[in-house]
Design a protein around this ligand. Sequence first.
Ligand code: ATP
Ligand code: MG
Length: 421
Amino acid sequence: MAREIIASVRGMRTIWGEEAQRLETLLGLIRQLLQQSAYGPISLPLLEKTSLFQRAVGEETDVVSKEMYTFLDRNEESVTLRPEATAGVVRALIENGLLQQPHRLYSEGPMFRYEKPQKGRYRQFYQVSVEAFGSAAPALDAELIQLGHRLFQKLGVLDLLTLEINSIGLAEERQRFQAALVDYLRRQADALDPDSRRRLDSNPLRILDSKEATTQALLDDAPVLDDYLGVASRTHFQRLCQTLDELGISYRRNPRLVRGLDYYNHTVFEWTTQALGAQGTVCAGGRYDGLVEQLGGPATPASGFAFGVDRIYLLAEQVGFFPAPAPLLYALASREDYLPRLLATAARLREALPALRVQVQTEVQALKKQLQKADKSGARYALILGDDEFQSEHISIKNLQTGQQQTLTPEGLVSFLQEDL
Ligand code: ATP
Ligand code: MG
């Protein structure tokens, strides 16, 4: 009896074939840019104690209040599949007593959030999260923005993106602003959309980035965060803007830009696009000077951001960034005894020609059948080790596009491919 098929969990994708290849290319490029700027990798667990995110991200945020995958493990401890990486990085640095010196780190991998799945929004998605500890300078915020700018330039998607920046000042400044905002909005609560009305109590700043037109119209006359910023906050922001100007990085100040996570102060930024429908933010971050202390560590200024890799991939795909895969050579032999020599030849080719992919057919069949398989595989060449070739220590190569075939010595084969590729 046929068994029922077990499907994947909603919002969890399997990525394979060309998309998987291309994602590797994208991640390789991101890692290269980060390492060139002296950022080093840190590998974090996918699972953390739930209290880490409650304390770091904030109980009132959407992420913690309704998006986390939280469960009791077999020891009845509440654990959570990480919804973001920054909290884990900070936890790790504090736990290992590593905050005496500055750190520039990136951590990549899947994040988990229970959201409504759609294009560019998944329940398991991939971020490369970039963090720098130990500098309070606006130049560090600029450097982080510069990293994104450079990636987007290389991908050819800069024209599709807007860099939005804002200063959300310090916690005390934000609190005073928040009180004034709530005061103003309460008087017109009837005109607010239901989500925003709820946020009046739970997370009023999030009302600022409500998508509802009526709410946005109300905000036109609302108190402005900028008016509540003190001298230090203003100076930090001005320096950041000046630095970006000097770097030739264009930006738009969005006075209503606040971030969904509680831990930010001063600089916040997002790279957004119109090209992906509703899922417009491809990269987001900001400064979080208070977080290390909030998690029990020594006062340490810090700033960071995350690349939303799934969405950046979609953009890069749209502009045709990805190069064709390297040409494939399909190596086959007429007898099983010839396979050791075929494997050795393949190894020599991979050494000499790093831009070639060499696939060895280990299931020996009639040559004709194997050549059909080579054709199907999309390979550019078939390498053939038959009786004559084996006896004479030669090898034949066939161009599967032109049908041309010749028999060469091993050295001759390398030089032929070097010229033909
Ligand atoms: P959004 O407003 O789109 O929900 P966010 O503010 O919740 O984004 P962040 O926590 O700032 O997102 O995460 C940084 C980046 O990670 C986002 O800009 C986005 O590119 C990506 N990202 C966030 N959530 C998802 C998701 N569910 N699926 C795919 N990518 C995501
Ligand atoms: Mg979100």
